[in-house]
Write a protein of this length. Structure first.
Length: 243
């Protein structure tokens, strides 16, 4: 049984989908949770629904000042931060490669790649201040693990996260910080289009996943049960990445 009592967790993009599911699981296991989302109402809704102590912070993870602010709010509310699920992300355009717009590309990279970089840096700064170890999980994607002809900015951003996980793990290992990723396959949330979800029928398990199934993997990686797992990218995709 995973136990997060006496742990403070930040979950970004926790207003809905996979982040909300993680926030619920961590809270049910005893963590104090900082619910971060760009959508203020969604963040409040998740925080209000959690069984344990929680605060909601409205922040855009791609903005340095917002990331600093959510961390300050977490420390002010709960005194420390031990766990980070850097999860916020956007799908971006599905245009064919020749038609892609640079501004759209930049926005996807800002949220999906600069956001986790800023979150990772803020986490490590906080661990240094606290003089504690900790654990970070980044939400990558099946799009980090294999190629696809569509959602190219998304795919590029999600491949970039593998560098954040591996570099973070190497940096964090000697100081007691583990950095891992989950790589979800198709999960019905606000982010996944109906077209995309149709492909769920072709994965080995012949269905899409659920936010709770991804959250279970996140909770495992954040927990002491994964105390010797570092720099790992755990696919939660019904076997899709291996075919
Ligand atoms: P979702 O749209 O339900 O949740 C994403 C949340 O992030 C939303 O609440 C949104 O408001 C928030 N958000 C968006 N931009 C933000 C920003 N700049 N700052 C702060 N919050 C922001 O979708 P989801 O599927 O739960 O997505 C969560 C993560 O899972 C994303 O990183 C996504 O890429 C990844 N993922 C999803 C799938 C899938 O099939 N749903 C598959 C692989 C990976």
């Amino acid at each position: 049984m995973i136990d997060f009592r006496d742990r403070v967790a930040v979950v970004t993009g926790a207003g809905s989908g996979i982040g909300a599911a993680t926030a619920h699981l961590l809270s049910a296991a005893g963590a104090d949770v900082v619910v971060v989302d760009i959508d203020a109402c969604a963040a409040e809704r998740t925080a209000d629904d959690l069984p344990g102590r929680a605060i909601a912070v409205t922040a855009d993870v791609s903005r340095e000042e917002d990331v600093d602010r959510y961390l300050e709010a977490a420390v002010e509310a709960f005194g420390a931060v031990h766990l980070h699920h850097l999860n916020a992300g956007i799908a971006g355009p599905a245009d064919p490669l020749p038609d892609l717009d640079v501004a759209d590309f930049d926005r996807v990279l800002a949220v999906n790649l600069r956001g986790p970089f800023l979150g990772l840096r803020a986490a490590f700064r906080q661990y240094r201040r606290q003089d504690t170890g900790g654990a970070v999980v980044i939400t990558a994607s099946i799009a980090s693990l294999r190629g696809s002809h569509d959602l190219l900015p998304y795919q590029i951003s999600k491949h970039g996260l593998l560098g954040a996980v591996r570099g973070g793990a190497m940096y964090g290992g000697p100081i007691g910080v583990r950095v891992n990723a989950v790589a979800p396959g198709l999960v019905p949330t606000g982010l996944a289009s109906d077209d995309l979800l149709q492909r769920g029928r072709t994965v080995p398990q012949r269905r899409t996943g659920t936010p709770d199934e991804v959250a279970n993997a996140v909770a495992y990686l954040l927990s002491d049960a994964a105390s010797y797992v570092n720099g790992e990218v755990l696919a939660v995709d019904g076997g899709a990445a291996s075919v």
